[in-house]
Write a protein that binds this ligand. Structure first.
Ligand code: SAM
Length: 288
């Protein structure tokens, strides 16, 4: 406890000495509790042989904990004002490389090229870029094995939701086809410096490319997007907008996959969407 307090004071004084001011537009809410940071890394599924990409290193508190437990850390940070801070906080770790860039401009393909082997992402992300970043790596990375993200609690609950619940949506079904997701920790807003207006949770998304046999992943994603395009409509009505098919043709496709024709998009799990998508692909049906 005393050690923790000292680290928080150290970070505070390092930020102060470097005249650092928190940027709201970059979602800068830092985690400083060593026990919490250590436990996030321990539960993330990485080990001493892992390569980790940390997105948004901030003051480097999480970076240091990751560096202690893995082989190599590539940290991305948009705010160059953090350079002098990071020069102090991570100076003792020789397995950390910081890249001052906007991760959304770099993109998953470039990260794959840079590393050229399997890696894990660990990130405490600003809320407004959570979904774009997760989807960028889910859809485009070949080498990313897992994404461990600290996100707004409501977003975390959406990522792990079951069908027929209000949290279940297109993102759940989209990720659910190729990954297994789990909430590994809840974090109270008071644990952040400065505290945001929401509580958070850490989600571990483990990719399993063999979870289902998906004939055409792009068509799968389009099917899910169409299925959830209007939440209150039935699946048939939503699919009629997304495909050049008659009501009867869509109903036949659903019946072939043992899906009741009155169903709504949020009632079906990823497995059923895979079956339906594969059926459409096999029959040469493409989304508009
Ligand atoms: N990882 C640190 C921690 O846990 O204390 C900082 C987390 S803070 C919520 C998010 C960090 O992401 C900030 O340092 C912010 O500057 C950075 N950031 C925001 N947008 C970014 C982007 N597009 N690319 C890279 N870093 C970004």
């Amino acid at each position: 406890m005393r050690k923790n307090l000292k680290i928080i004071m150290d970070i505070k004084s390092i930020l102060k000495q470097n005249n650092f001011t928190f940027e709201k537009r970059f979602g800068q809410n830092f985690l400083t509790d060593t026990n919490l940071l250590k436990s996030i890394v321990e539960k993330s599924g990485v080990n001493a042989n892992s390569t980790v990409v940390e997105i948004g290193v901030g003051a480097g508190t999480l970076t240091g904990e990751i560096a202690k437990q893995v082989k190599k850390v590539y940290g991305f940070e948009i705010d160059t004002k953090l350079k002098p801070v990071l020069n102090e906080t991570i100076k003792d770790y020789n397995n950390v490389e910081i890249i001052f860039s906007d991760i959304l401009k770099i993109g998953a393909k470039k990260v794959d090229e840079m590393i050229g082997a399997s890696y894990s992402i660990i990130a405490n992300l600003p809320y407004y870029i959570t979904t774009p970043i997760i989807m960028e790596f889910v859809e485009k990375s070949e080498f990313c094995e897992r994404v461990v993200v600290t996100v707004q609690k409501e977003v975390a609950e959406r990522l792990v939701a079951s069908p027929k619940t209000s949290d279940y949506g297109a993102i759940t079904a989209s990720i659910g086809a190729i990954a297994n997701s789990k909430i590994i920790k809840y974090i109270d807003r008071q644990m952040f410096m400065p505290p945001p207006n929401v509580d958070s949770a850490v989600v571990r998304i483990e990719f399993d490319k063999n979870k289902f046999e998906i004939l055409d992943i792009k068509e799968y994603r389009k099917l899910v997007k169409n299925a959830f395009s209007m939440r209150r409509k039935t699946l048939v009505n939503n699919l009629m907008k997304g495909y050049n098919l008659t009501r009867q043709e869509i109903e036949n496709a659903l019946s072939n996959c043992n899906v009741p024709v009155s169903v709504r998009g949020e009632e079906l799990g990823a497995e059923t969407y895979v079956e339906l998508s594969n059926y459409l692909v096999k029959n040469g049906v493409k989304s508009k």
